[in-house]
Write a protein that binds this ligand. Structure first.
Ligand code: 1CP
Length: 357
């Protein structure tokens, strides 16, 4: 097991209380009795109490930037279910917002940004006020520390540079990412953009850790659309740079990364980024994960979110199969992508029961 977290802690991030936190223990390479469990997008529109807060908060970014409400929403799934982690309620797109590319969220269209036009637009992005602009996010982390049960790990997060760049270049979600890919192939300002995003991600994650985040996850949601000969340069390398910067300052903070859709690249990703844990999407065969990933990293995943919508015995069987095959190695149970809004919330209770049984 390639555990790269050193034994020396910092004053605020030592291992003195990790004994009570199953997820942290597994991320630090211990073998424990029960598999830890949390779910990507565990806070969100499938929960009635989320919809209630969301409707009173105004727009989505107001919710992200109001520490009291963001902390409340982070805690909602923790009060309902026996989960091992709380993930800070925020979004990966606060980074473009903080760099000076304003963003709005529409109920039907999702995120909308004024798309980056050219080199000049990249030059106008500024790192100068990033952590000041995002101070409410760090205040949310501080509030959470005061209310979090002693067994629950607080996870901070950010988007990986490539995934965030796609939204900035396309001006929002995209079907084919053709503009983002063209930038990758030929636009001279792609490299400076990726450098700014890498620096911004490092600042943002370090500030979350300084505020109290106990682990961080890097979401590379669009890893799967990167052409194979660009994967190392624009997926592995930026995430390795970010991970190194985190470990330089905080050697005891585990880094989880989610290169969704990376396919056979998952193996190089696990070996070359320096992350402690890799979150695996639902398309990756379990036996392949055992042979190719578990020897190198802690694995997290990978129940299909649609199976959580189905629930009942169909779900129980699929979850049990994942536990049987991956649970023998170092493993954190999660979904292969985020909880979808149409998920009946009782199904999460059923899933927790399977993992705890
Ligand atoms: O109005 C609403 O409630 C909007 C829905 C929503 C929510 C609940 C968005 C808009 N973001 C979030 C919160 C969020 N986003 C969290 C914290 C909650 C939790 O996990 O419990 C996290 C970790 C994210 C991360 C995120 N945002 C990702 C990476 C993970 C993933 O799901 O792939 C991405 C790609 C985004 C962008 C984003 N935010 C929201 C939308 C609609 C989108 C676009 C998604 C797309 O392009 O398909």
């Amino acid at each position: 097991m390639a555990m790269m977290i050193s034994e020396t802690g910092t004053a605020s991030h030592n291992k003195s209380n990790h004994g009570t936190k199953p997820l942290l223990r597994v991320l630090w390479g211990e073998t424990i009795e029960r598999t830890p469990l949390w779910l990507m997008r565990q806070a969100g529109r499938y929960l009635p109490e989320y919809k209630h807060v969301r409707s009173s908060a105004g727009n989505f970014l107001d919710l992200c930037y109001t520490p009291e409400l963001a902390a409340q929403v982070t805690m909602q799934p923790i009060y309902r279910y026996a989960l091992d982690a709380a993930i800070l309620f925020s979004d990966i797109l606060v980074i473009p917002d903080a760099l000076g590319q304003p963003i709005t969220f529409h109920e039907s269209k999702g995120p909308v940004l004024k798309c980056l036009e050219d080199k000049e637009a990249v030059k106008r992005l500024s790192l100068d006020h990033l952590t000041r602009y995002l101070a409410p996010v760090y205040e949310t982390v501080q509030r959470l520390l005061k209310v979090l049960p002693s067994t629950v790990t607080l996870i901070g997060f950010a988007g990986a540079p490539w995934t965030v760049a796609t939204y900035m270049i396309e001006g929002g979600s995209s079907k084919d990412f053709s503009r983002a890919k063209r930038w990758m192939f030929e636009e001279s300002s792609f490299e400076p953009l990726m450098e700014i995003l890498t620096a911004a991600t490092i600042q943002h994650l370090l500030a979350q850790i300084a505020a109290g985040a106990e682990a961080v996850q890097i979401f590379e949601t669009w890893a799967g659309i990167v052409p194979e000969d660009s994967f190392h340069r624009w997926v592995i390398r930026p995430i390795a740079t970010i991970t190194e910067a985190i470990h330089e300052r905080y050697p005891n903070i585990p880094v989880i990364a989610f290169p969704r859709g990376a396919g056979v690249h998952y193996e190089a990703f696990a070996m070359e980024t320096g992350v402690q844990a890799v979150s695996v999407d639902s398309s990756v065969p379990l036996a392949w994960i055992v042979d190719h990933l578990q020897p190198h990293v802690i694995v997290q995943g990978n129940l299909d979110p649609s199976i959580l919508v189905v629930g009942g015995n169909v779900m129980r069987k699929k979850a049990q199969r994942i536990l049987d095959i991956l649970g023998r190695g170092s493993f954190v149970f999660n979904l292969g992508h985020g909880v979808v809004p149409e998920t009946p919330f009782e199904h999460v209770t059923q899933l927790v029961e399977v993992i705890h049984a």
